[in-house]
Design a protein around this ligand. Structure first.
Ligand code: 6PG
Length: 250
């Protein structure tokens, strides 16, 4: 398997053969990040995403040998975003992760910090923000040890969509969002929180993402039009794991 690593300051881009390779690499990064954080602070706070791309990663993490390499008692799961649907709904990001991973590993219930998609969006956003503040015991911005993100064909990430006013949100950690594209209410972490993470991992696969990805990774002015192009952690690092198809125009 050919792996090409391009280092650019705080950004690494790894081109891998396919989604299986991306998932294996992401699992290994997840395991290492959890070990480092637990060694330093006795806990690992990770915010994860829905979508189709990370599903294999969640399945890998819940199976041997990966599941035996994580101290699940000390892992705290948060979500980068959620759709405003009940937690049993197929569109729920909580359900995606619960079915494949959380229901299969020995993680305490109190370590699962879900966004209550069944609530009215404003309330769900406020409750989630309060949960984050309590967990991090911080009045300012929290520092997630790891944030796992995907990228849509339009360059959205989490539930931050191109042109959305939530992109300019600076006072809140969590924002309610309505997206016309899928006619859906959602709740999302804001750019300020995402860019304050210690490490961000993007998983991107498929030819449909190639054009936008090349705009973002070429670092031209146009990249700011895409929310994913505005993810650049202030003090942490961002790693893009992309497959050959998505890298076609990079
Ligand atoms: C969601 C996500 C979203 C996702 C991208 C990429 O709830 O849908 O959090 O930001 O990561 O849309 O989705 P795919 O992995 O399905 O391409």
């Amino acid at each position: 398997m050919e792996t090409l690593v391009k280092a650019e300051g705080e950004r690494n881009v790894e081109i891998l053969s396919d989604l299986n390779a991306i998932s294996r690499e992401a699992a290994s990064l997840f395991i290492n990040a959890s070990r480092d954080s637990i060694a330093a602070r006795e806990k690992f706070a990770v915010a994860i995403s829905g979508g189709s791309t990370p599903r294999r990663l969640y399945t890998l993490l819940s199976s041997s040998p990966c599941r035996d390499q994580v101290d699940w008692q000390k892992v705290h799961f948060f979500w980068a975003d959620e759709r405003c649907v009940p937690k049993e709904d197929e569109a729920s990001n909580f359900k995606i992760v619960f079915d494949r991973l959380l229901s299969k590993v020995p993680i305490p219930n109190e370590n699962i910090h879900r966004i209550k998609g069944e609530e009215e969006p404003e309330k769900a956003a406020r409750d989630y923000e309060a949960d984050i503040k309590e967990f991090f015991e911080a009045s300012g911005l929290p520092v997630f040890d790891l944030v796992l993100l995907g990228m849509g064909e339009d360059g959205h990430t989490a539930s931050l969509f191109p042109g959305s006013k939530s992109l300019e949100e600076t006072a809140r950690l969590v924002a309610p969002v309505y997206t016309e594209k899928s006619d859906q209410n959602r709740v999302t972490l804001t750019l300020a929180v995402l860019n304050n993470a210690a490490q961000i991992l993007f998983l991107v696969a498929g030819t449909s993402k190639a054009t936008v990805l090349s705009e973002i990774l070429s670092d031209g002015e146009k990249k700011r039009e895409f929310p994913a192009g505005r993810i650049r952690p202030l003090q942490g690092k961002v790693i893009w794991l992309i497959d050959r198809e998505a890298a076609g125009r990079v």
